[in-house]
Design a protein around this ligand. Sequence first.
Ligand code: NZQ
Ligand code: ZN
Length: 392
Amino acid sequence: MFGFNYYTPTKVVFGKNTESKVAELIREFGGTKVLIHYGGGSVVRTGLLKKVTDTLDAAGINYITLGGAVPNPHLGLVYEGIELCKKENVDFLLAVGGGSAIDSAKAIGYGVANEGDVWDFYDYKRQAQGCLPVGVILTLSATGSEMSDSSVITKEDGLVKRGYSSNYSRPKFAIMNPELTMTLPDYQTACGCTDIMMHTMERYFTSGGNMELTDELAEGLLRTVKKNAVILRDDPKNYDARAEVMWAGSLAHNGLTGCGNDGGDWMTHKLEHELGGLFDVAHGAGLAAVWGSWARYVYKNCLPRFKKYALNVMEVANTGTDEEIALKGIEATEDFYRSINMPTNLRELGIKATDEDLKLMAKKCAVGVGGKGGSARVLDEEAMLAIYRASV
Ligand code: NZQ
Ligand code: ZN
């Protein structure tokens, strides 16, 4: 087992009607002037935003609002948010929504707390020295951004999608009411389940050594999400299934399932980020579309883990060679994606990518990882292109 730092400072307030605690939580973390940041309007339609503003009004907490964070959130709105916060002396950011609203809020927080261009952090030019405090009311179980140190932003010029991670941006609190996710379209629920599983799998398929407890946690989390994703497909209002998935989403990306590994693989995510940047697809669906091609490209270099996953997560029969078992596990994963209406290739994702598109994505992906990346198998630009080509 490798040494590790495990840092999860986020106060989690979980359960029905927990959004009513938002004012006291903002006070607890010192907020006096709040920017409420949200997405394209789902929180307006569901009435959640009104509930939040009513609660802040009743508590006498000052706030302003900024909506418009799109899926694969844009840098332009981040700049707008930074200017607004500076002008209005905002000292606390409240993100109400999914990963896009949360990530956009984190980026605004960096921009307010640091001089210069906030994109520098996402462009690997320098490190942030702070971030305005961020609180979250979560409406979509997926990215784990409500407890994670990362945010992912797309620069419109050149459609460059990049992530930046720093502990400064870990939310102060995360309000998680599973009922708030019941208004999601089924497609977004399935995308979320896929993303949650992938955050665990990225940390699981590594060339690192023994990590027995972490593996058990990861396998249990994966089995739980797999089971409850199917329940939600058939019964979207099932509270317990919503709750299992919501908690799994946070634990999948707060670092827990990475303790003791060698940092994780993360290449499926890097390959998807290029897809999301260029074609603006839903993140979870993009991951499902490239995972099978990635897995077939790398599994021989990480055979014991692919076998363990096939047996303990996908529960395939323990017969045949290790390679056969590993391949059955990959096939079972794709069957599972299909069963929850997720794509297993770019065509099913609805993308008609030309070979020039694939080359461009492989090139940008290689630049994004500093030339080579991955742990299950280290990939260079040529390998990335081969995986994209296999996923068409
Ligand atoms: O924008 P609104 O109108 O709110 O609608 C959203 C959006 O259309 C809708 N939605 C959210 N909650 C809803 C709802 N609709 C009805 N009822 C609700 N309760 O769902 C759509 C998708 O929302 P979005 O926030 O974009 O989804 P998600 O949470 O999957 O976030 C995706 C973004 O996060 C990044 C992704 O790359 C992508 O940009 N990621 C962030 C990570 C992190 N910060 O740690 C890690 C991830 O790996 C990921 O890369
Ligand atoms: Zn993800």
